[in-house]
Design a protein around this ligand. Structure first.
Ligand SMILES: Nc1nc(O)c(N)c(N[C@@H]2O[C@H](COP(=O)(O)O)[C@@H](O)[C@H]2O)n1
Length: 276
């Protein structure tokens, strides 16, 4: 059995971006926060908490239904609690990857608001300030309330995502999320599919930079898309290069190229984005 104590960190409250209540400054980073809706296999899910909890029970679609239909994220967690000992057998081994995937979906489907929030934490450690959860969060020390101790797995996954965004804020990888390669990764009996927000993303880039990038969505039988790849890719690469994100401030430089347009089909294994 892994000794989680070895993975614990100690944080000083004055040096970190922490969240406790969802209405506070960084509260949107909590899985309990509303305002970051998700859609998986066409099913609307109100919070990343509900999605994470539903992923415990791929073999119990009725329990997934109970979780997902709840309006409150806390209640969504609570309705799953009586079934916790029936969580997928490998849950302890896969829960970090499930959480990482949930956060990637949260970013892909709420790109502008969630990336802004991640960046607003600057380069500070992100920590869930929890009453008692020393795994996903960190708990204040009794003898010194300014110190928080815990594995802070959620905060560390959020920092990982923040780093991916900072390194390449316009990477299509951020808006194209493949399902986890774990057995039985299902929602309501159906295998979870790719979360593909590229079209929305390209529309956003076009609007933001006054470009007329086209996304020709030719959805074929196998779910692949075609878009004007040779038009879109160089522009996004150039935006990525010319954007400097320093301490949460973006420094825009004007684009100079006028990319040529041509249509190229992208299959399910798109060239722009590898897998993590
Ligand atoms: N019970 C509870 N109350 C809160 O206010 C919380 N923020 C959390 N934490 C979240 O619960 C999720 C983990 O659930 P499991 O314990 O693995 O079932 C995760 O999203 C935590 O951030 N819990």
């Amino acid at each position: 059995m892994e000794n989680l104590k070895d993975k614990e960190r100690i944080y000083n409250a004055s040096e970190i971006a922490f969240f406790k209540k969802t209405k506070e400054a960084f509260g949107g980073l909590s899985n309990m926060a509303g305002g970051f809706p998700l859609k998986i296999n066409g099913v609307s899910i109100l919070t990343s908490e509900a999605l994470y909890q539903a992923c415990r029970f791929p073999h119990l679609p009725d329990v997934q239904q109970l979780i997902i239909k709840e309006k409150s994220p806390m209640t969504a967690k609570m309705v799953g609690k009586p079934y916790k000992n029936q969580s997928r057998e490998d849950f302890e081994d896969v829960k970090i990857n499930i959480m990482r995937w949930c956060l990637r979906v949260k970013l892909a489907q709420n790109f502008v608001d969630f990336s802004k929030l991640l960046i607003s934490t600057q380069n500070k450690p992100i920590v869930e300030d929890s009453h008692k959860d020393t795994f996903w969060g960190a708990v204040r020390e009794k003898k010194d309330e300014n110190m928080l101790r815990g594995v802070n797995a959620l905060g560390r996954l959020l920092m990982e995502l923040r780093q991916q965004f900072i390194e390449n804020p316009f990477s299509m990888k951020l808006v194209y999320v493949e399902p986890l390669k774990i057995p039985n990764f299902k929602l309501f009996g159906e295998y979870i599919g790719i979360v593909d927000e590229r079209e929305k993303f390209i529309r956003f880039i076009s609007k933001q930079y006054g470009l007329s990038l086209s996304f020709q969505q030719n959805q074929t039988n196998n779910g692949s898309y075609a878009y004007h790849q040779e038009e879109v890719e160089p522009v996004i690469k150039q935006i990525s290069k010319s954007e400097k994100i320093i301490n949460g401030k973006k420094n825009k430089k004007p684009l100079t190229t006028n990319p040529k347009s041509s249509t190229k089909k992208i299959e399910n294994e798109p060239t722009l984005f590898g897998t993590k």
